[in-house]
Ligand binder design. Structure first.
Ligand SMILES: [Fe+2]
Length: 257
């Protein structure tokens, strides 16, 4: 729950806002120059962190370090920042506190894959009450107008799904601890996106208004057969994973992203 934390009124209505697109084509393609690392997440991904717990090139949650802390006060990684000044500027533009900040590389997948990959983030673990609720910004770097950010209120209910297209310069801010989310990437080459954990507060509110954030957008259409197939696949894969984990005697560990 967000009770007790500072939140952003612009996000209160639906839990997401879509901002106007920026001209990504005018920015250099800095994501090619970053160092990537494998990280357990949803889909076939690699990540290039720009911040981390202590400025090393690694992606672990800040709460998994000693001493643990919330997803705030990310330490900029000098070797990465040197290659990506424009991305750093994007992340710092609102002057909201930045926690984890990284570029994701996602290989093409199917709608069924994306539905299976739906997850909620854990951005507010250890986040003290009275301080800003952590939300996530997604900037699309490559031009993927046919790819879609999927948001669901209810993981298993496709009628709660919103599908937001991801052309270059698309930027969306989401309360990812409440929304189930994943990307369906329909390209034939990897998709790159910048993901930033931002601290809610008046700075973020002003940024959303400055860039004309809207709390409701139309969902991209999708035929019912594709949705039904993906729902069946979701349940089939979850059961398959449950059985595999039971055979190993291991508790299932959810992916995070
Ligand atoms: Fe995520």
């Amino acid at each position: 729950m967000t009770t007790g934390h500072i939140t952003v009124p612009a996000l209160a209505e639906t839990g997401y806002v879509v901002l106007d697109r920026y001209d990504q084509a005018r920015d250099p393609e800095e994501w090619h120059d970053l160092e990537y690392t494998g990280w357990r997440s949803s889909g076939v991904t690699r990540f290039a962190p720009l911040t981390s717990y202590a400025g090393e090139i690694e992606c672990n949650g800040f709460w998994n370090h000693t001493p643990p802390r919330a997803d705030k006060d990310g330490v900029w990684i000098p070797s990465q920042v040197a290659h990506a000044p424009a991305l750093v500027r994007r992340a710092q533009e609102p002057r909201a506190g930045v926690g984890r900040c990284r570029v994701i590389e996602l290989q093409p997948n199917t709608y069924a894959d994306a539905v299976y990959n739906l997850h909620q983030d854990d951005n507010n673990r250890l986040n003290p009450e009275g301080t800003g609720w952590v939300v996530r910004a997604f900037f699309n770097l490559t031009d993927d107008p046919d790819s879609l950010l999927l948001l669901r209120r209810d993981r298993f209910d496709p009628s709660t799904e919103l599908r937001i297209p991801l052309p270059a310069g698309a930027r969306v801010i989401v309360d990812t601890q409440h929304f189930w989310h994943a990307v369906w990437h329909r390209g034939d080459s990897p998709r790159y996106g910048l993901i930033v954990s931002w601290e809610s507060g008046p700075e973020l509110e002003a940024y959303i208004h400055e860039h004309h954030g809207v709390a409701r957008v139309d969902s991209a259409p999708l035929d019912a057969t594709t949705v039904e197939h993906a729902q069946r696949e979701l349940h089939r894969r979850l059961e398959e994973r449950r059985q595999a984990m039971a055979a190993l005697g291991a508790a299932f560990v959810a992916p995070e992203g």
